[in-house]
Ligand binder design. Structure first.
Ligand code: SF4
Ligand code: SF4
Length: 469
């Protein structure tokens, strides 16, 4: 139990409940004895704080006769359609459900293609996170299980479509969805080759991927940039082993999200080209306004999620979408006077100097053909900023992300005030940097994770307080 117990007395608390004083009768007999508010919420059950009215008892509230209970033999269990007596298939009940819903909501127009696409996307990976069980039906493959049968692809305005994919992707575990056009500028951000595959933009109807070609159709004019989060508490304990659990945890979700997005867009009738390995994440994150460039180089800082954007992926599609713009929240300027990530990198991979146009950035191997020369360059040329030294970076120790003052994004009111101030002036930035140390933003002692209140260990590794941003 933490040290700052409240000073509300039992009497004050009981008064508030209207249970204090004489003559409260039966209430007095069942009311617990509290010494302070922490005890009100505390339970003796290994760190699980439950409400005071949840009492542990010796027997369940359900009446049970253990003399009558025996093990069930379920070898003869029929399928659900047989049990339900539905010769036309178990899921024919959907039609009845729609009628049921309409009785309660007479203005409801019935199932839409996007409703169906969302449901089918989840079904496609149901009970498995790494593979598609059954591909979601495209609109022309829809059967008559609902009021919509085979139909044309989903039609919406670009703004409606952006709203639709934001809602759907959130349900998949995505934190942000932004969009760039595929145009003269952003085509330059795609790699020219990846391994033996040449990346091309062609006048073809459908995406093609072969051993030597990754061909994006010219009708796919939008790049969706989506992100997922790395757990805040684990990240702040990087680079320890316990902290690094947040890294594979986040990427495990990435794989499933990839599949869900692919199946959802398929269900709407559109192409979904997973281009995560064919263009850089930070470049599209900056262009679409998820966040700003940082001293860390390949990691963005986001006003909402700080440095904890783990997965950043790109999906090229022909679904028309409203595009989003880059942002200025003063975060890149903050990096100019901060440099904490550089001092906390165990391997000296982060540049401590000023921003630069020099793309080699001290990486003299970059032009050395014996190690691949510019065919294995990690940094796109042409920007005035910082580059990570990939010869030194161990890739996923993540001490830099854990140390960044923005790592605790959303966790503190004062942090919001700081962010608002630095968005309009850099004058206080060096003061804020010191303050972040004073307020203990940044690294935390690894072992302390095991003693966190359970409500601070979020299910699936994603802090819901951050997801609502
Ligand atoms: S991941 Fe680790 S090695 Fe790489 S830049 Fe960050 S702190 Fe340095
Ligand atoms: S630690 Fe400081 S310099 Fe590094 S990315 Fe974060 S704000 Fe920028």
């Amino acid at each position: 139990m933490h040290s700052f117990h409240s000073t509300v007395s039992r009497r004050d608390f009981m008064k508030t409940l209207g249970l204090a004083g004489a003559g409260i009768g039966a209430a007095a007999a069942v009311s617990p004895v509290f010494h302070d508010l922490d005890e009100v919420t505390a339970s003796p059950t290994a760190g699980w704080k439950r409400a005071w009215f949840v009492k542990e008892v010796d027997e369940p509230t359900l009446e049970i006769d253990w003399n009558q209970i025996h093990r069930m033999d379920r070898r003869g269990q029929p399928g659900r359609d047989v049990m339900a007596g539905r010769s036309d298939g178990y899921y024919s009940y959907y039609l009845e459900i729609e009628e049921f819903v309409k009785r309660e909501f007479p203005d409801w127009k019935g199932t839409t293609l996007r409703d169906r696409a969302l449901n089918e996307a989840w079904y496609s990976t149901w009970m498995g996170t790494q593979t598609v069980r059954t591909p979601a039906p495209t609109p022309d493959q829809l059967s008559g299980n609902t009021s919509i049968g085979p139909m044309p692809k989903w039609q919406g305005t670009p703004e409606e479509n952006l709203r639709t994919i934001r809602a759907a992707f959130r349900s998949f575990g995505v934190s942000s969805v932004t969009v760039a056009p595929v145009d003269e500028k952003t085509r330059k951000l795609f790699y020219s080759y990846v391994g033996k595959q040449k990346v091309t933009f062609e006048d073809i109807d459908l995406f093609e991927s072969t051993t030597d070609r990754f061909a994006i159709p010219n009708n796919c004019q939008w790049v969706i940039h989506w992100t997922n989060l790395q757990d805040t508490e684990l990240t702040s304990r990087m680079p320890s082993h316990v902290g690094r659990a947040g890294f594979p945890m986040a990427y495990t979700h990435v794989k499933r999200i990839d599949l869900l997005i692919e199946q959802f867009l398929r269900g709407l009738g559109y192409q979904s080209i997973n281009a995560g390995n064919y263009c850089p994440s930070a470049a599209f994150g900056i262009m679409t306004g998820v966040g700003e460039h940082t001293r860390m180089g390949t990691t963005l800082n986001s006003p909402e999620y700080g440095s904890h954007l783990r997965g950043q992926y790109r999906v090229v599609t022909d679904l028309p979408l409203a595009v989003t713009k880059p942002i200025d929240a003063g975060m890149e300027r903050f990096c100019e006077t901060c440099g904490v990530c550089g001092t906390q990198c165990p391997f000296g991979a982060i540049a401590m100097g000023d921003k630069s146009w020099d793309n080699a950035c001290g990486q003299d191997w970059a032009a050395d053909q014996s190690v691949g020369g510019d065919t294995c360059m990690w940094n796109i040329p042409g920007y005035n900023g910082w580059r990570l030294d990939y010869r030194k970076c161990m890739g996923n120790c993540c001490s830099c992300m854990g140390a960044c003052p923005f790592g605790t994004a959303g966790a503190s009111l004062i942090h919001e005030v700081v962010k608002g101030t630095m968005s309009v002036t850099p004058v206080f930035n060096s003061f804020f940097r010191s303050m972040s140390e004073t307020f203990n933003y940044g690294h935390k002692e690894p072992e302390s994770w095991w003693d966190l209140p359970l409500e601070q260990i979020p299910a699936y590794g994603v802090n819901p307080a951050l997801l609502v941003k």
